[in-house]
Design a protein around this ligand. Sequence first.
Ligand SMILES: N[C@@H](CCC(=O)N[C@@H](CS)C(=O)NCC(=O)O)C(=O)O
Length: 209
Amino acid sequence: MLQLYFFPMACSLASRIALLEAGIEAQYHLAHIWTKQVVDDGSDFRAISPKGAVPVLVLENGDRLTESAAVLQYIADVKPEAGLAPRFGDPDRYRLQEWLSFIGAEIHKAFLYPTFWYKDDGSLAKPRARIAQTLSVPAMHLANREFLVGNSFTVADAHLTWALLLLRPAGVDIAQWPALSSYLERMQARPAVREAIATEMALRKTMAA
Ligand SMILES: N[C@@H](CCC(=O)N[C@@H](CS)C(=O)NCC(=O)O)C(=O)O
């Protein structure tokens, strides 16, 4: 069985969404991204992945895969009939990779990561100034499309849904991009997305308590 190391509402949420959308049963292990402990057994998360970052997907053969873009595509390819990624050779597969890279690099690492991990000593001014321009790209793309790639939900939508959810706590009001707000509403109406968020929000609350 696949196993996912995750932290509630971190970028690993996209992988949980993808597993649920695909109907793939998996084991979930909470890895604390600040303490670097695996909560199940108190072991060192860096022994699972030296990166100390989620997501980590443990494959059926025991190999470990990191990086959301790779993990999400792996999950999609385990269940191709779920249609979570265009098949290799389809030009849309590169569109999918284009979006996964953009979300991972330009939204996550360029903005969300420093916002949540770095002290705001003025160094966040530049990422803050740039995020509106960055978000206008998916906003324009989604103005007359339901999904990022093709005509159905893909793992790129799982990734963007997570990123959009985190923008509010990061201080960005996505209401200024109606296409993004209505996209997020549509995505949140999906049973798998709802279930993933409810599970992780409940865990998050227990952790805060
Ligand atoms: N490039 C990686 C980034 C993974 C990442 O930064 N994960 C965060 C949570 S959203 C994390 O676990 N950070 C812990 C750390 O950087 O020490 C990916 O896309 O999967």
